[in-house]
Structures are given as structure tokens and as C-alpha cells.
Design a protein around this ligand. Structure first.
Ligand code: PMP
Length: 510
């Protein structure tokens, strides 16, 4: 074994990893990356099919992001946001607010050329209107801290606004919002969370719209996305309504509901049927509660593009966030992972003027938000994030992403030929493929069979890297992934499923 592998085995404890299994084999030691390709210490190349745990956007060693970081390195790497402002963090905050409101963002870019001070006036006037809800940016370090910030702000806002003395939260079954104690309390994955229940505060959960395994879906399994052939009466929405009214009857209405919009990642790449998010946002809004959108995985273009037919609104077609696909304006939006293009750990929680104002006061009223991290507003991260946003908004990136979305759709379609594929859930530039014992009955593999893990190990041997969530294989390649690379990722998955699970191809026409 190479030295780094030996040192790793000797000293490192890996996240979400059974270390006994880890220590039983030589680890893949990554030494470099370029575009969608990672290279290991032996010179073997791999396709990065999960974008290095859903972080990378434009590929590894992107010249624009590298040079933005290098340029910033020459000035300063970090100074504290406790007491000081800095240029890249300020510029980035403006960009994030603009991209959270795509129509305004486009208008702002046009106006900026004409008159910057006029633009500021326009934005100021618009503050508080629905069009510019999210106009304050609180920086932190990762997805968990971004969610922790949203949670604490929503909690305190509910108390200060008189809504609740004892604020309560509602989140989705299977939710995962990070590993810090507050974020874990919002989560509902027993495997990860149950052991720590004594440490956590209680939150309510409601069923997620998991069409493929929904007890209300009367449709027999088909070779297609369960969202399209489901037969139900949207009972999952009624469940949300019931939760809100039951909590109202207890005379303590919810402070907020937390959702991963369009797709719940760690729950198993569970997708929401069209219209679910919009309707849930209305239920939350009508109740007077706040909506926390965890866009840690879905943000920065991951959810792809609208069908050209569904909207004539040109600005929205290039929307960067999942919420925008259903025209939903949350009260909090948590961003991390792809924010810096996946280069540096940095996160942000966007919120409203209303929440911000609730923390204003005389010094000795102590209304201050007493929360913050040492690396908040870090210059290197901000410089990388600014470069990444610029790439994202370029026509070239838009066209590359559209192609990847279409290539993925075409390639994923081929997987229906495998009887061990039960459901394929694509949202834009990501997908979950649920492996089953029998597609006609939806019979799952038991977790102890490690079906997903074994398939991913077989994929790694063939040069494609990703991680499963139970029996669900995640495919989330960097946006620069070519047609050929996309085809390789999916054919490698098919070969590995056939090898490990013994899938025989279903003859076409069946
Ligand atoms: N929210 C979501 C939706 C996530 O997918 C994750 C991480 N997978 C987190 C929060 C936590 O992010 P981090 O690992 O950066 O703390």
C-alpha cells in the first residue's frame, strides 16, 4: 500500500463508514482531478459520478475557479466577519440575493450597466415585496451549519413575533438536514438519528411524497417513473394539511416547515410529483408559518431546466434553485455544497427583511443573533463562489447543463431493461435508481444484503465512483460530463447490476 493509504488506515476515521470494512481493503487514494475525472495514486482514472458527494458543479481544476482562488490568495485568505467586512463576501451576498430572485437578477444585471446607484434604489424599494423576499445572507461553513442557522432564526423569530412560546417544527419523513444536533433533530432517518434521540429535541414528521412506495398509490408497478403513472388523490398533501390543523388545535401553531425542495437526497433520492411543493408552500403560508428550504443538495442548477412548454418565462428557465421551479418563495434558503463550485467549504442561509428586523434593537436589548463561526464569510470561499456563479450564468454553462440533462435522460432510460431496476428518479442533473429484488412486486433488498454498496464497489472496479443510499444508486455527475462519459457511467452501472444482482436484460417489448 502507498504511504497515504497506510497513514489513512492508521489514523483516519471516515464519515458514514463501517471502519472494520474500510480497514479490510486498500482505499482508493485520490491524487488529482480534471473535469469529471478523478485519478488515484496508481494512476487509475475514475469518473466522478456523484460529484464528490454532491459538491462539484463544473468539474475539477476548473481554470476560472482555480484562478479566482489564486488571485484571492495573493490578497488575503481569511479575515474575520466578526467585526469586519470584506470585498468578496459582500459581492457574493449581492449575487446570491440576485440569483435567489432570477427575474430581479436579470433586471439587475441590465440596470447595473446603466446606473448602479439607481439599481440600489430599486432594490431598496422592492425590499419586503414578494419579489425580493430573501435579501439577507448569513454565512457559515457547510450544509449542517446553514440549516442550524435557519432553525435558530426561525425558532427565535416565532418567539419574538409572538407566534409561539415553544416553537415547534414539521419536517418530512426520511428528512436529512445535516449532522449537527439541531439539524439532526429536524431529520427523520432512524438509522442515522435514533441512537442520539436522547440528545435531540422533538420535531414532528409528515409523510414525504414517495410515489414509488406510497401506500396511497394504487397503480401497479410499470417500467417508468412512478410520479408519472401514480394513481392517487394527492393524499400526501392532505396529510400536511392535517398536521398543520392538528397543531393549531393544540394552540401552538408550527413555527416552520422544513423541506428539501423537489428531491430529498439522503432519504433515497425521493422526488416530489409536480405541484406538491407549490401546494405545501401555500399550506405553510396560509397557516402563517415559515418555510425553510434546504437547497444544500438541490441548489446552483442541480435541478436543471423547465420543460420549454411549461413556461414562457425566459428568466425562470435558467433558475438556479429548486424552489424557483414551482415559483415558491421560502423564508429561509440554506445553501452549501455546490456554492463554491465544490472547491471549498462555505455555506449561506438566506432570509427575509422581516426576520432580520426582529433581531434589531438597542445594544442592551440583546436582540443580537448570538451565533457565528470562525470562518464565516471566508474570502477564498467567496472568491470561488463568485467565479462559480459567473460560470453558472454563462450561456455556455446553460447549454452544457441542458445537454447533460438530456443525455442523462436518454441513458437512464436504457436501465429499464434491467429487472432489478424498480424506479428511476431523475430531476434535472441528478437521479436515483432504486434497485429491487423483483420489479413486479417492488420487493426490496434487505439492507444487510448491501445490494447498493456491492453494486457501487463493482462500479469502482470498472472506473466509476459513486455512493449508494441503501438500495438507491445516486448519479449526480459534474456539469461538464460529456455525452460519452454519461453513457459510460450508465453502462457501467448496468454491467455492475448485472454482475452483482444477476439481472438479465428484459427483452424489449415486454
Ligand atoms: N442538507 C442536505 C439536503 C444535505 O444533502 C446535506 C448533506 N448531504 C446536508 C444538509 C448537510 O450538509 P453538510 O454535509 O455540508 O454538513
Amino acid at each position: 500500500m502507498h504511504t497515504p493509504a497506510q497513514l489513512d488506515h492508521k489514523f483516519i476515521w471516515h464519515p458514514f463508514t463501517q471502519m472494520r470494512d474500510w480497514l479490510a481493503r486498500e482505499p482508493i487514494v485520490i491524487t488529482s482531478g480534471k473535469g469529471a475525472v478523478l485519478r488515484d495514486v496508481h494512476g487509475k482514472e475514475y469518473l466522478d459520478a456523484n460529484s464528490s458527494i454532491w459538491t462539484n458543479l463544473h468539474g475539477h481544476a476548473h481554470p476560472k475557479i482555480n484562478s479566482a482562488i489564486q488571485k484571492q490568495l495573493g490578497k488575503i485568505s481569511h479575515s474575520s466577519a466578526l467585526g469586519f467586512a470584506n470585498e468578496p463576501a459582500s459581492l457574493l451576498a449581492e449575487k446570491l440575493v440576485e440569483s435567489a430572485h432570477p427575474a430581479i437578477g436579470a433586471q439587475a444585471s441590465r440596470l447595473r450597466v446603466v446606473n448602479r446607484s439607481f439599481l440600489r434604489g430599486t432594490l431598496k424599494l422592492a425590499v419586503g415585496t414578494p419579489a425580493l423576499r430573501l435579501n439577507k445572507v448569513f454565512y457559515s461553513d457547510d450544509g449542517s451549519t446553514a440549516m442550524e442557522v435557519a432553525l435558530k432564526l426561525a425558532y427565535e423569530f416565532a418567539r419574538r413575533s409572538g407566534r409561539s412560546k415553544n416553537p415547534k417544527f414539521l419536517s418530512l419523513d426520511g428528512a436529512y438536514h445535516g449532522d449537527t444536533v439541531g439539524a439532526v433533530s429536524l431529520g427523520h432517518i432512524d438509522l442515522f438519528h435514533k441512537a442520539y434521540s436522547g440528545l435531540l429535541f422533538k420535531t414532528d414528521k409528515v409523510a414525504a411524497p414517495y410515489c414509488y412506495r406510497c401506500p396511497h398509490n394504487q397503480a401497479k408497478p410499470e417500467r417508468g417513473d412512478a410520479r408519472d403513472y401514480r394513481k392517487c388523490k394527492f393524499e400526501c398533501l392532505k396529510a400536511v394539511e392535517q398536521k398543520f390543523s392538528a397543531q393549531r388545535k393544540r394552540k401552538n401553531p408550527y413555527a416552520a416547515m422544513i423541506v428539501e425542495p423537489l428531491m430529498q437526497g439522503a432519504a433515497g433520492m425521493i422526488v416530489q410529483p409536480e405541484g406538491w411543493l407549490k401546494r405545501v408552500a401555500e399550506i405553510v403560508r396560509n397557516d402563517g408559518a415559515q418555510l425553510i428550504a434546504d437547497e444544500v443538495m438541490t441548489g446552483f442548477g442541480r435541478t436543471g431546466f423547465f420543460s420549454e412548454l411549461k413556461t414562457q418565462n425566459l428568466e425562470l428557465k435558467t433558475a438556479l434553485f429548486a424552489c424557483q421551479r414551482e415559483n415558491v418563495q421560502p423564508d429561509f434558503m440554506a445553501l452549501a455544497k455546490g456554492m463554491t463550485g465544490g472547491y471549498l467549504p462555505m455555506a449561506a442561509t438566506l432570509t427575509t427583511q422581516k426576520v432580520f428586523d426582529a433581531f434589531l434593537g438597542e445594544y442592551d436589548e440583546f436582540k443580537t443573533f448570538f451565533h457565528g463561526h470562525s470562518f464565516t464569510g471566508n474570502q477564498l470561499g467567496s472568491a470561488a463562489a463568485l467565479a462559480s456563479l459567473e460560470i453558472l450564468q454563462s450561456p455556455q454553462s446553460v447549454s452544457v447543463r441542458k445537454k447533460l440533462q438530456e443525455n442523462l435522460r436518454i441513458e437512464l432510460n436504457k436501465l429499464w431493461a434491467l429487472p432489478n431496476v424498480g424506479d428511476i428518479r431523475q430531476v434535472g442533473l441528478m437521479a436515483g435508481i432504486e434497485l429491487v429484488k423483483n420489479w413486479e412486486t417492488r420487493e426490496p433488498f434487505a439492507l444487510r444484503e448491501r445490494a447498493g454498496l456491492r453494486v457501487c464497489e463493482a462500479m469502482a472496479k470498472r472506473g466509476v465512483l459513486t455512493r449508494p443510499i441503501g438500495n438507491v444508486i445516486v448519479i449526480m455527475p459534474p456539469y461538464c460530463t460529456t455525452q460519452k462519459q454519461t453513457a459510460t457511467i450508465i453502462s457501467t452501472l448496468a454491467d455492475s447490476v448485472a454482475e452483482i444482482l444477476g439481472s438479465k436484460i428484459i427483452p424489449s417489448g415486454q
